[in-house]
Design a protein around this ligand. Structure first.
Ligand SMILES: *Cc1c(COP(=O)(O)O)cnc(C)c1O
Length: 324
């Protein structure tokens, strides 16, 4: 079951000037920064399934968690406003003096914010949930990043959407490159592509240092592909080797803008007029640019960069992005 929250299909565009500048493969971009819900982003697709589940279970209050500049929390807050649910966000860090970017929007959507200090992956969610229950609320917890087998269904659906767009334009894509952080996007795309018996591979660009050791993050994505496929009563045959996550681009960690991200954001802005974000898509594009330089793709091949959104957080990183 799905509660429509966005405008789909999102466009697929050719990045001709960027492709020419880099001199590698042809680069397409899937514009999920244009999903239409509160400045867009990949979480809209997951929320269509998660919010539907909350409504089906007659819940009246949503609780989720993320970093202070979480795009997931901003889109959750907007979705709750749209369908009339109360929204509680457990955010990492402390209340800043001037709430800007996503946090400003969270407040505009009337979400109630609980500050979690050093924790930014929802460690405090259960405490908030118990408190709300004791006040008689019917609560529904959406996991960090909306990444469970329900949220991932949004990206199974997205792969089908992409497939019909590519067929229409007679394009074949060797690889999809996407920022990967809580894993639901990558897992959903992998399941969708397997469902289509597609040859296209998914390359996740790791955004967060957590989970790098012992392939923990890749294992989590693998598990998620199976639980998602299970929902669909679909047989899949992935193993750990099929989950490609690149960890070379983590820089100084989650949310820290370095020269590669800065360069990627500015290059794409000035060659294509497209805005990337400092935390996810800037880093993922830096990864794509590097992989092209390393010769990972051949000329004449086509790669698709999945733009997962994040635009509002640009406004809380202006100094980091413009710094020379
Ligand atoms: C959440 C997010 C991602 C990562 O998606 P996951 O499904 O959590 O891996 C990528 N880009 C942006 C802009 C995001 O907000």
């Amino acid at each position: 079951m799905r509660r429509p929250l966005g405008f789909f299909p999102t466009p697929v565009v050719k990045l001709e000037r960027l492709s020419a500048l880099l001199g590698g493969p042809n680069i397409l971009m899937k514009r999920d920064d244009q999903t239409g819900l509160a400045l867009g982003g990949n979480k809209t697709r997951k929320l269509e399934f998660l919010i539907a589940d909350a409504l089906r279970k007659d819940c009246d209050t949503i609780i989720t968690a993320g970093a202070a500049q979480s795009n997931h929390c901003r889109q959750t807050a907007a979705a709750c406003a749209l369908v009339g649910l109360e929204c509680h966000l457990v955010l990492g860090g402390e209340q800043p003096e001037n709430p800007n970017g996503n946090l400003f929007l969270d407040k505009l959507f009337d979400a109630q914010i609980h500050w979690g200090g050093v924790q930014r992956k929802g460690e405090g969610v259960n405490t908030v949930c118990e408190l709300l229950k004791s006040k008689g609320k019917k609560t529904y917890i959406i996991p960090y990043g909306g990444s469970n087998e329900l949220g991932s269904l949004g990206f199974v659906r997205a792969s089908l959407e992409l497939d019909s767009q590519l067929k229409e334009h007679e394009e074949e894509v060797q690889s999809v490159v996407v920022a990967s952080s809580s894993g639901g996007t990558q897992a959903g795309l992998m399941v969708g592509l397997e469902m289509l018996s597609s040859e296209t591979s998914v390359i996740g660009i790791g955004i967060d240092k957590l989970g790098v050791e012992n392939h923990e993050f890749a294992r989590m994505i693998l598990d998620l592909t199976y639980s998602t496929a299970n929902q669909l009563e679909l047989d899949i045959s992935y193993d750990l080797n099929d989950v490609e996550v690149r960890y070379e681009y983590l820089g100084r960690g989650y949310g820290v803008v370095g020269q590669p991200e800065r360069n990627a954001i500015r290059t794409v802005a000035k060659t294509e007029g497209v805005l990337l974000d400092p935390v996810y898509t800037g880093r993922a594009m830096a990864g794509l640019i590097d992989m092209i330089k390393q010769g990972r793709f051949e000329r004449g091949q086509t790669v698709l960069f999945w733009h997962t959104g994040g635009t509002p957080s640009l406004f809380s990183y202006t100094d980091d992005v413009l710094q020379y």
